[in-house]
Ligand binder design. Sequence first.
Ligand SMILES: CC(C)(COP(=O)(O)OP(=O)(O)OC[C@H]1O[C@@H](n2cnc3c(N)ncnc32)[C@H](O)[C@@H]1OP(=O)(O)O)[C@@H](O)C(=O)NCCC(=O)NCCS
Length: 176
Amino acid sequence: MNFKIRAAKMEDCKDISRMIMELAVYEKMPDQVKISHEELQRDGFCQNPFFECLVAEVPEEHKSKQGFTVVGYALYFYTYSTWKGPTVYLEDLYVMPEFRGTTCGTMLSARTVLFAQVAKKKQCVRLQLSVLDWNTPSRDFYAAKGAQDLTVTEGWHFIRFDGQNLDNLANEAPKD
Ligand SMILES: CC(C)(COP(=O)(O)OP(=O)(O)OC[C@H]1O[C@@H](n2cnc3c(N)ncnc32)[C@H](O)[C@@H]1OP(=O)(O)O)[C@@H](O)C(=O)NCCC(=O)NCCS
């Protein structure tokens, strides 16, 4: 498959937004998606962006059945491990079904690491991500590339505060 991996541009946000929804449908949680392409543009293409994104693009002659040429994406951002140092967190890795099994997913994740280590001079020593327990194809995909499942090996749980619980926590802070 003839595809190119490149850094996403602001104009790609409609395609990224479409694929975020496709991934959420695949993950059986489409109702959870509240982000619009305008918010992606705001958050990813400002002076201090919250995330970076790579897209996989095919030439016009290989466009998808629905006419799309942007057929995959990797969206990531930087975090910090107090044990190991700079870390890149891969929030989403997605390739449209008709383009899977063509090394597109491998290239997107490999380029993410390369960007995080070298191109952006972040020198990341870790790539982290989370994956749903039933998503065996993707768990196998990561395992085959040498990733360890931290829930199995170290017993980590993935914790989140949001909505009212987040506000409640914030309200516990002293008002000065
Ligand atoms: C995970 C994902 C990004 C991998 O992308 P991909 O382009 O299929 O990856 P690759 O072509 O590099 O192939 C990776 C391996 O998966 C296998 N594979 C996965 N899905 C496949 C498919 N639909 N058809 C054929 N092979 C597939 C390949 O055989 C290959 O194994 P190999 O290296 O031993 O040959 C893609 O399957 C996907 O978008 N899945 C749904 C979303 C998801 O679960 N994302 C990850 C969680 S955030």
